[in-house]
Write a protein of this length. Structure first.
Length: 641
């Protein structure tokens, strides 16, 4: 009994000592909620398929389309050209203008022999006869020709550029004004393979502080193209110890260049792809950009008729224009393979060049001897030829819609054309025959199968038959197009013989080459316009001849048509002398385009159509992709849904 009572007492004492624990067992506490661990979202990956693999990504050797497409992900700006023609600062606080005070003009005295810019923006030694903008003059109506003796003052431009605050390279190092100076020094180095024109127009380029740069130009230079004189920053902290010769091939500059843009190069799988990852130091990161975490560029090479299966196998979210040639474009026109096809007009235009003035005329025109009669001298004849060609049928029947009949050299959406009303010659055989009749060509035997005869054509001997040669390359498609053109001309009484030659023969320098030697009637050519209209290509001064060593004055002899027009020359020179006034320059360029369209030294046939393929749900941002500017300007916005 004693042992039993002792046990009971022990239990009571134990419970008394553990008091609260006992009652906790009777009334257990509510469990503390533990928040669930969030599931990590998978990275957003996007694959962009491009054309053939490139050799280098060194910015000063980036000349191919694929290089520019890829570098769009490494850099951003510095100044973007928008579709409406406006400029938008990316890494600068503003685009410098006279209105915001970042562009200043100051008057300086100059004397004979000083290095200045003439009224066309060319670097010259000041001599009697030099045309210049005197101080206070920024428009063509006050340009003067210096007499060599009078006191002369010219305006000197100073442009101030300010970097936005907080910019860093993708490796986290600050991006400073001195990095732009380093970019300038690379551009100026003789070993760097870039044109030195803008460097030569520079008196000084200095860093005022870590974010501010100041450019001073040669006296007399008046321009609104301020983007030309801000040099893209280069990472001096990484490249400063290398020579330019080294940078052309070094891994750090040629294969993994560091930028400030939305992505960083992570790996280059030779022959296959370049993998990029999100730049954690991107200056727009607080906007949630870039939209993708991982970006892979796959090299597809030159796609052919099997393009549909190749693209599907590669798992492309977006297929860039560089990967889609004419044949593959036709393949996608028939089978989109689940992709949305975005058709764009490229910067390439097919044209029919007219040899208005052969070089044999340069020592006097004599049509009764060796000189070809002046059959193209009348603009009505050239207008008639344009009406004889069914450009729409060429696009639809020969190209399967992989093009668009052209009215002008420029894309119809180009800002330069927005306020112009250009006449479209259209396909109009009856109208063509009427124009030819007005020009003095007659159907002398009332037989439409025989060529017309010159009866009263200016500068053409009566009795001359309208017979021409059409020159083109050996490419099969060009041969088909040439035959289509010849058939159309035959319907207008113009007999055409087609001749082919290798491309290197066609473009051989004058006097030996048929084009630059100005020894052709008609030629079927393709021209890369780069999305802009350079009116200098059609100036009378740019006609290649023996007198200028077959190079013209500035363009290498681009006016191989032998086209001469005082009205055109005046409009073009006015645009060149209005570079400091964007609106005036645009208006003058527009006038030049309209004159060219009326006088037709060449006939635009069709714009090459290019494609961007988008898989379902791919978003490319608020701005449409357009080819006359960089189509990947907004690559930070691209993402698959």
């Amino acid at each position: 009994m004693i042992k039993k009572h002792s046990l009971i007492i022990f239990i009571i004492l134990a419970l008394a000592l553990s008091g609260c624990n006992f009652f906790s067992l009777v009334n257990p506490p509510e469990p503390t909620p533990i928040p669930p661990t969030p599931t990590a979202l998978p990275p957003i990956e996007m694959t962009i398929c491009v054309g053939s693999e490139l050799g280098t990504l060194f910015p000063f050797k980036a000349v191919s389309r694929v290089q520019n497409e890829i570098l769009s992900a490494v850099y951003d700006g510095p100044i973007d050209m928008m579709i409406n023609g406006e400029k938008q600062a990316a890494i600068l606080t503003q685009v410098p203008t006279t209105e915001n005070g970042a562009v200043q003009l100051s008057s300086v005295s100059v004397t004979q022999g000083d290095v200045v810019a003439d009224s066309y923006g060319d670097l010259v030694s000041l001599q009697a006869g030099t045309t210049v903008f005197p101080a206070g003059c920024t428009t063509p109506d006050c340009v003067i020709t210096w007499d060599g003796a009078s006191e002369l003052q010219l305006d000197q431009m100073t442009i101030t550029y300010e970097l936005i605050d907080g910019l860093t390279w993708s490796d986290g190092q600050p991006l400073k004004a001195s990095d732009s100076l380093y970019g300038f020094s690379l551009a100026a180095d003789p070993a760097t393979p870039v044109v030195k024109r803008d460097v030569d127009l520079t008196i000084s380029y200095t860093a005022e502080d870590e974010r501010t740069l100041q450019w001073v130009g040669v006296p007399g230079l008046i321009t609104g193209e301020v983007e030309r004189f801000f040099w893209q920053p280069m990472p001096e902290h990484l490249w400063g110890g290398f020579s330019v010769e080294d940078l052309l091939t070094e891994e750090i500059s040629a294969r993994t260049p560091v930028g400030w843009g939305p992505f960083v190069i992570d790996a280059w799988n030779t022959g296959k792809s370049i993998r990029m990852v999100k730049n954690p130091n991107y200056f727009r990161a607080d906007e949630g950009l870039p939209a993708a975490d991982i970006l892979t560029f796959k090299f597809l090479g030159d796609l052919d008729t099997e393009a549909v299966s190749a693209v599907s196998a590669a798992g492309c979210d977006l297929v860039a224009p560089s990967a889609i040639g004419m044949q593959s474009a036709q393949a996608f026109a028939e089978n989109t393979a689940g992709y949305t096809v975005q058709n764009l007009l490229s910067r390439e235009v097919e044209l029919l060049a007219i040899g208005i003035t052969p070089s044999s005329y340069d020592d006097n025109y004599y049509p009764f001897g060796v000189d070809r009669p002046d059959i193209f001298g009348d603009a009505r004849t050239r207008q008639a030829i344009a009406k004889c060609i069914d450009r729409t049928a060429i696009v639809n029947d020969l190209l399967a819609g992989a093009g668009e009949a052209a009215v002008s050299l420029l894309d119809p959406a180009h800002p330069l054309l927005q306020n112009l009303s250009l006449s479209d010659p259209g396909y109009d055989t009856a109208g063509a025959l009427e124009l030819l009749k007005q020009a003095g060509w007659q159907d002398h035997d009332l037989n439409p199968a025989t060529p017309l005869m010159a009866i009263s054509v200016a500068n053409v001997p009566a009795g001359t038959f309208f017979e021409v040669e059409l020159l083109t390359s050996e490419a099969p498609l060009r041969g088909q197009i040439a035959q289509w053109i010849a058939d159309g001309l035959a319907g207008c009484g113009i007999q055409t013989v087609i001749s082919t030659a290798p491309v290197n023969t066609l473009y051989q320098p004058g006097p030996d080459g048929p084009l630059f030697g100005r020894d052709f009637d008609l030629a079927l050519l393709s021209w890369q316009t780069e999305g802009r209209f350079d009116c200098q290509y059609f100036l009378s001064s740019e006609i290649p001849s023996e007198a200028n060593f077959w190079l013209g004055e500035k363009t290498g002899g681009a006016n191989f048509y032998g086209y001469r027009s005082e009205a055109y020359d005046a409009a073009c020179r006015r645009s060149l002398q209005s570079s400091g006034n964007f609106q005036a320059a645009q208006q003058a360029r527009g006038e030049a385009v309209a004159i060219l369209q009326e006088e037709l030294p060449l006939i635009p046939l069709y714009h090459h159509r290019e494609m961007v393929l988008l898989s379902d749900g791919v978003a490319t941002g608020p701005n449409p992709i357009h080819l006359w500017k960089n189509p990947f300007t907004d690559i930070e916005q691209f993402r698959p849904e």
